[in-house]
Design a binder for this molecule. Structure first.
Ligand SMILES: [Zn+2]
Ligand SMILES: [Zn+2]
Length: 821
């Protein structure tokens, strides 16, 4: 008779993850095994969990090991296993690594071995115990105990025997057919279902008197009243559990285990023209929410709805402020109305609170969040609920793409041009590509949206590979903000000091006088990026990375690569001359603004201020709620944020991203400036001031004109001429290690073998990474330009698979890299 054989991607055995292994399924387990089953196997002498990725029949495989147990028959949906295969092939990574992106954290699960008494009737048991009477003593005692309790774990058997003695006893009983090994895979008792907070009657009235007296409690109440019930952990982040408990004591909120049932439409929905009270101070859902879609929005929505039954991929290209979110929300409602589920991806977790608030207003209950900052326990709990179909919409960053939602009908990838959709660690996938694939596999509609689509995506749309939907106008006929370019060279010539030009100062002052808000944008944190001895040229470098240290206001010099810091000194260690601090980071701009406008309320949002969980949400609410006048920040504030009170945006230095050693530098500059400019004048006429030393550069002038089309035409022509994506596929192979000569040699070796393989692959390098040394590891890279990807891919895969670098050198393959290395 043919055996059932399974291919298993092993999850947890060290060293075994680079391949799948074949096992035999014992006949009694065969009925419960399918693609996606979680099984227990042995690898060498180690026990490991694994995922069944394929089933096959076969005979005469007596050398194969049996799987030990089926832990969960329907663990991962087969679609996701298929998606993992696609990723493994596309990004040259092992299947088990690709699948690891889809599995919940093992936290909270416990694997427990138990022993079950086999005889079922009293007669059988009596006979068996009689037999056991002839066995050595520990086995006899274990048998008597198991006959009584039916099933027990090893800890319960320890009173009778321990260690080797117990193992021996169990073995004897098993070979006599008296007991059977069993594996239990269960939620450890330590992990509770998450608590949810629900507002109670009287909460709205209590809020009014609370704002000043108890700001944390007020924030929590406001969030609940605006966005509806939420997990308590979300609220506690940044506000603290004490505030939550206090509110519960006062009877203003209720804490329930899990999301409350029937909470549908609980908070007054602004869509239905409900309470105005929460509509105006921006809060989480601030922004433009017209009841009536304009014609372009209407058309886009119709196209998406029309595809919900069969699936399809769209690019929703709409200028900033054109109401893309409104289209997403209604499309989501349409998908849910058809009994399907939806995924809503945003490029970074700082955007999630406002998206979730709007989703909850639009669709009511059943919205959950997945992002990189969740604790493993929270992730595992949401994963489980998603799989059971208890969640209808998941909003989150890149990793939410793999949520095991059944009946997926819609995937939204907002701000699709964002580099953060590419994962920098294995598996190095591109969430846009994988979203499109997942849509194909599950018959779901995929909507990529942006005001500044990536050149690659727009190219696909122009060629008809993706359906193009356009929103060319701002909603409510708001005009695009007026953009003015300030030439910093002239400021310098005129002897003007400071990082804010005379024009920008004037406009900020005018905005403040009018009671409006301003944003000052600079994509560099810290105080001064260049510290230098004017006498001898000494520059303090990180001892572990080849980069200059950045001066921070707290008096430290910090490495922005490895995060290490040291106290700054006033004098040069080489010559004793005095050290000067040049250039500006967000801290310096903030300091300058404070000196210029001492009466203004100024807050700062960058990697230093938003690192703590929940802190960004706090900054966002403060500013959106009108409790600050000027927001100084890095790109965190550039994306998709709705700040209705902002009429002025100042870009302190537009040139920062322009000279990065990367073919995407111009595109990134254009996107960033367009997005930042789009923050101005969401509710009324706005103004943008861009400061630059390159006032004639098209990336800057076209961003000022908000002319995406012309920028795209220039960019795509440049890519075609230079041989860059989308006309070739780029693959970066990075090598790193402590021995630089060895690293370079490894790069040369692989370059040689690829050149010798006879494919038309262009090999650039070896070239040093930038910086060449990070955390004491030297980094060198090859960049491969691969034309006709489908034709050359297999050859390249062969070269890469056959090449093994020295054990102390790490090799990293990155297909379609987004960030320079
Ligand atoms: Zn010096
Ligand atoms: Zn460093």
């Amino acid at each position: 008779m043919a055996d059932l054989l399974v291919e298993v991607a092993v999850n947890s055995a060290p060293g075994a993850i680079d391949k799948t292994l074949t096992y035999r399924v014992p006949p009694e387990m065969a009925a419960g095994v399918r693609v996606g089953s979680l099984v227990l196997v042995t690898v060498g002498k180690q026990m490991a969990t694994g995922l069944v990725v394929d089933l096959q029949g076969g005979t005469g495989h007596s050398s194969l090991k049996d799987i030990r147990a089926v832990l969960e028959a329907d663990f991962l949906p087969p679609h996701l296993v298929e998606l993992g295969r696609y990723m493994a092939e596309r990004y040259f990574c092992p299947l088990a690594v690709a699948l690891s992106a889809m599995l919940p954290p093992a936290t909270g699960r416990r694997l427990e071995r138990r022993w079950r008494w086999v005889p079922t009737s009293g007669e059988e048991t009596a006979a068996s115990l009689n037999l056991a009477g002839y066995l050595p003593s520990p086995a006899r005692a274990v048998a008597a105990y198991l006959a009584e309790v039916a099933v027990a774990g090893e800890s319960q058997l320890r009173p009778f025997a321990r260690g080797r003695e117990l193992a021996g006893a169990l073995k004897i009983l098993a070979t006599h057919g008296l007991i059977r090994e069993e594996w239990n895979w269960r939620q450890a008792p330590g992990v509770r279902r998450p608590y949810w907070a629900v507002p109670r009657p009287g909460a709205a009235a209590a809020l009014a008197g609370m704002e000043r007296r108890a700001p944390r409690q007020a924030r929590i109440l406001r969030a609940l009243l605006e966005g509806g019930p939420r997990p308590a952990a979300d609220l506690a982040a940044g506000n603290g559990y004490t505030a939550l408990r206090r509110l519960e004591e006062m009877g203003l909120i209720e804490l329930t285990l899990g999301p409350p049932a029937g909470a549908e439409g609980m908070p007054p929905s602004r869509f239905e023209g409900g309470s105005e009270e929460y509509g105006n101070h921006g809060g989480a859902g601030g922004g433009v929410a017209p009841l009536q879609l304009n014609r372009d929005q209407e058309e886009a929505l119709r196209a998406i709805e029309g595809a919900l039954s069969q699936g399809g991929t769209f690019l929703l290209y709409g200028v900033t402020g054109s109401g893309k979110t409104e289209v997403y929300l209604r499309a989501t409602r349409a998908a849910l109305a058809r009994g399907r589920r939806a995924l809503f991806l945003v490029p970074e977790h700082s955007l999630i609170p406002q998206v979730v608030a709007r989703l909850r207003q639009a669709v009511g209950d059943g919205v959950a969040v997945i992002h990189g900052n969740l604790s493993p326990g929270e992730r595992a709990a949401i994963w489980e609920r998603a799989r059971r179909g208890e969640i209808r919409v998941i909003a989150g960053s890149r990793s939410a793409l793999f949520a095991p939602l059944p009946d997926l009908g819609l995937i939204i990838v907002d701000e699709e041009h964002a580099g953060s959709y590419k994962q920098d660690a294995a598996p190095r996938y591109d969430a846009r590509e994988v979203a499109i694939k997942r849509g194909h596999l599950e018959g779901a509609v995929v909507v990529l949206g942006s005001a500044t689509p990536s050149t690659e995506t727009f190219y696909l749309a122009r060629r008809g590979a993706i359906n193009l939907l356009q929103l060319p106008r701002r909603v409510e006929n708001l005009s695009l903000p007026a953009v003015e370019i300030v030439d910093l060279r002239e400021e310098f010539r005129a002897g003007h000091q400071g990082y804010l030009s005379r024009r920008l100062r004037q406009e900020v002052a005018a905005a403040l006088a009018a009671g409006r808000q301003a944003i000052l944008f600079l994509n560099r944190r810290g105080y001064a990026p260049h510290v230098l001895c004017r006498r001898c040229g000494y520059v303090p470098l990180c001892r572990h990375c080849d980069v200059a240290l950045t001066y921070h206001q707290d008096g430290t010099l910090r490495c922005h690569y490895c995060g290490r810091g040291e106290p700054a000194r006033a004098n040069c260690p080489a010559c004793g001359g005095s050290l000067v601090r040049l250039g500006a980071g967000t801290q310096r701009v903030e300091a300058e603004a404070r000196a210029l406008w001492p009466g203004a309320r100024i807050i700062r949002a960058d990697g230093d201020t938003t690192a703590r969980k929940g802190r960004w949400e706090e900054i966002y609410r403060t500013f959106a709620g009108g409790h600050a006048d000027i927001l100084v920040g890095t790109q965190t504030i550039a994306r998709g944020m709705d700040f209705p009170g902002v009429t002025l945006v100042g870009v302190v230095n537009a040139d920062l991203s322009l000279y990065q050693p990367d073919f995407r530098a111009r595109e990134r500059t254009f996107q960033l400036l367009t997005q930042v400019a789009g923050r101005a004048g969401r509710k009324s006429a706005g103004k943008v001031i861009i400061q630059t030393y390159n006032p004639a550069d098209p990336a800057i002038t076209l961003a000022a004109a908000q002319d995406y089309r012309r920028f795209y035409e220039q960019e795509i022509a440049g890519r075609r001429a230079g041989g860059y994506p989308p006309f070739v596929k780029l693959v970066r192979v990075g090598f790193s290690g402590r021995d630089e000569a060895g690293v370079i040699e490894a790069a040369h070796d692989l370059a040689g073998s690829i050149k010798g393989a006879g494919a038309q692959i262009e090999v650039l390098g070896p070239a040093p990474g930038f910086p060449v040394r990070v955390q004491d590891n030297y980094r060198w890279q090859l960049v491969l330009k691969v034309p006709a990807w489908s034709r050359n891919k297999a050859r390249l895969a062969g070269c890469l698979a056959n090449y093994r670098p020295r054990h102390d050198i790490r090799m990293i393959v990155d297909v379609g890299p987004v960030n320079p290395w």
